[in-house]
Every structure is written in structure tokens, then in C-alpha cells.
Design a protein around this ligand. Structure first.
Ligand SMILES: C[S@@+](CC[C@H](N)C(=O)[O-])C[C@H]1O[C@@H](n2cnc3c(N)ncnc32)[C@H](O)[C@@H]1O
Ligand SMILES: Nc1nc2[nH]cc(C(=O)O)c2c(=O)[nH]1
Ligand code: SF4
Ligand SMILES: [Mg+2]
Length: 239
């Protein structure tokens, strides 16, 4: 087994800008590689080859050292995202190491692959992909992942760009009614470098999404959120 983890960036402390622990002070570890290629991925550099020279193969001790170097004593929570961290078996050891140091661990993944170490994650977000992404959900795998995690602190988060994405979100929520459910504003302005312009357009999209959800009779026990980090810092990397 390869004990090293392909890491593209380590950053923070910042706040978790999305979903179930939004606002939580956290560090990020972003892994390289994804089994999907979503049309609107805001982290495409993790899988499209454009940053392949930045990938570092790190042991978990080295990751902890880098987290401490950047974050000092100013954090007690680490979010592992990607790419898809669920491709990497050796994250198991990283989760244990962080826990040994009193650090809580969150995970962002799309629900396409299972790892046994999911059971140890403190805040686990599963983000199945709607039609606008051009990806196809494997419902059998998703059913199994949700079933295995029913005792854990998990949530479902669907990014919304249009009405067919909303219909997909309704389907996901109806399929897993007991799981905390988040709808997230989609950002299709990934080239906008003027953060004020981006914030304005994202707020308009947030308003549209709220309007859609309040007028739905299937999306009742749900939460609607923007990507807070995109509102504050725009499309900047490493925040
Ligand atoms: C970059 S992904 C990495 C983790 C995992 N591959 C996944 O998709 O869940 C982290 C989160 O960002 C969301 N995301 C990616 N691109 C986005 C965009 N353009 N607008 C809004 N959310 C986006 C994903 O849906 C996911 O919830
Ligand atoms: N602040 C902040 N919050 C986030 N939540 C999920 C992120 C991700 O890219 O997975 C992300 C990110 O990149 N930055
Ligand atoms: S699954 Fe996540 S990282 Fe992979 S392409 Fe989609 S949004 Fe990007
Ligand atoms: Mg992101």
C-alpha cells in the first residue's frame, strides 16, 4: 500500500465556506486526482493536469508538520477536500494522526467511492453531482455509502445551476429523507477575478435559489447556502 498522499495544497486557517459546518474555523488539505470531471469544477486544477508540477507525495507526518507550520496553534479542525480524497486509502493514517493531536477532521467527497476511514470522519459531506455537471450518479454506490454512514455526522450537499439540477436535488432529498440536506449556489463565473463583481452575481443567484426552494413543496427540511468564501474572497485559490 502506498503510504504517501498526493497533496496539491495545504492552506488556512480560514473558515469552512460551505455546508454542514459553514463558518467553522478550519485548515484545508487538498488532494490531487478525481474520478469525475464536472463541467463547472472550481478545483479542476486538481485533475486536469494544469498543476501537476505542484503535486507533492507526502507522508501524513509531513502533512501535519506543514499544517502546524502554516497554522501554528491557531486551529483544531482540518478539512480534507480535493479532487476526490476517497480515491486515497492512506488518508486513514492521516485521520488517526490528526485525531491523536486533538484535531477534528471533515471530508468533502462526491459519493462515488467508499473508504472504511469514512467512519472516523467527524463532519462528512457527500456532494452528489446534478445534471449540469455532465456526471452520472451511481445510485447503487451512493445508497451503500449513505447506509454505511447512518450513525455518523454526515450531510448531503447539491450544487444548483438550473431547474433540472433542482429536480435532481428533490430526488436526492426524497431518497435520503433523514440526512441533513444543503442546496448550494453554483458558481459559473470561474474566470471572474474582480471579487466585487462575482459577489454581486453570486448574491443574485442565491436569491434565485432561495426563491425556488421556498416555492417547492418537496424541499422543506433543507438549508440553502452560498459559498461564503467565494462571496468574501472571490475565485482566489487557497482561501
Ligand atoms: C471541489 S469539490 C472537491 C470534493 C469532491 N470532489 C466533491 O465534489 O464533493 C468541493 C465542493 O465544491 C463544490 N463545487 C465545485 N465546483 C463548484 C462551483 N463551480 N460552484 C459551486 N460549488 C462547486 C463541489 O460540488 C463540492 O461540494
Ligand atoms: N473556505 C473554503 N471553504 C470550502 N469548503 C469546501 C471547499 C472545497 O474546495 O472543498 C472550500 C474551500 O476551498 N475554501
Ligand atoms: S467531483 Fe468534485 S473535484 Fe471532482 S470534478 Fe466534480 S467538483 Fe471537481
Ligand atoms: Mg472549493
Amino acid at each position: 500500500m502506498n503510504k504517501r498522499i498526493p497533496v496539491l495544497e495545504i492552506f488556512g486557517p480560514t473558515i469552512q465556506g460551505e455546508g454542514m459546518v459553514v463558518g467553522r474555523k478550519t485548515m484545508f488539505v487538498r488532494t490531487a486526482g478525481c474520478d469525475y470531471s464536472c463541467s463547472w469544477c472550481d478545483s479542476a486544477f486538481t485533475w486536469d493536469g494544469s498543476s501537476k508540477e505542484d503535486i507533492q507525495q507526502l507522508e501524513c507526518q509531513e502533512i501535519l508538520k506543514e499544517l502546524k507550520k502554516i497554522g501554528g496553534e491557531n486551529f483544531d479542525h482540518v478539512t480534507i477536500s480535493g479532487g476526490n480524497p476517497a480515491l486515497i486509502a492512506s488518508i486513514d493514517e492521516l485521520v488517526d494522526l490528526l485525531h491523536q493531536h486533538g484535531i477534528e477532521v471533515a471530508l468533502e467527497t462526491q459519493g462515488s467511492r467508499w473508504q472504511d476511514w469514512f467512519k472516523k470522519i467527524d463532519d462528512l459531506t457527500i456532494s452528489p453531482k446534478p445534471p449540469s455537471s455532465q456526471m452520472k450518479t451511481n445510485w447503487h454506490i451512493l445508497d451503500e455509502i449513505v447506509e454505511r454512514l447512518k450513525e455518523n455526522h454526515i450531510s448531503l450537499k447539491v450544487v444548483i445551476f438550473n431547474k433540472s439540477d433542482l429536480m435532481y436535488a428533490e430526488k436526492v432529498h426524497q431518497r435520503y429523507p433523514g440526512i441533513p440536506f444543503f442546496l448550494q449556489v453554483g458558481n459559473d463565473d470561474l474566470e471572474e477575478m474582480e471579487s466585487d463583481h462575482l459577489a454581486l452575481s453570486l448574491l443574485k443567484k442565491y436569491q434565485w435559489l432561495i426563491d425556488q426552494v421556498v416555492s417547492s413543496n418537496t424541499l422543506n427540511h433543507v438549508r440553502v447556502l452560498p459559498q461564503v468564501h467565494a462571496l468574501v474572497w472571490g475565485n482566489k485559490r487557497g482561501v
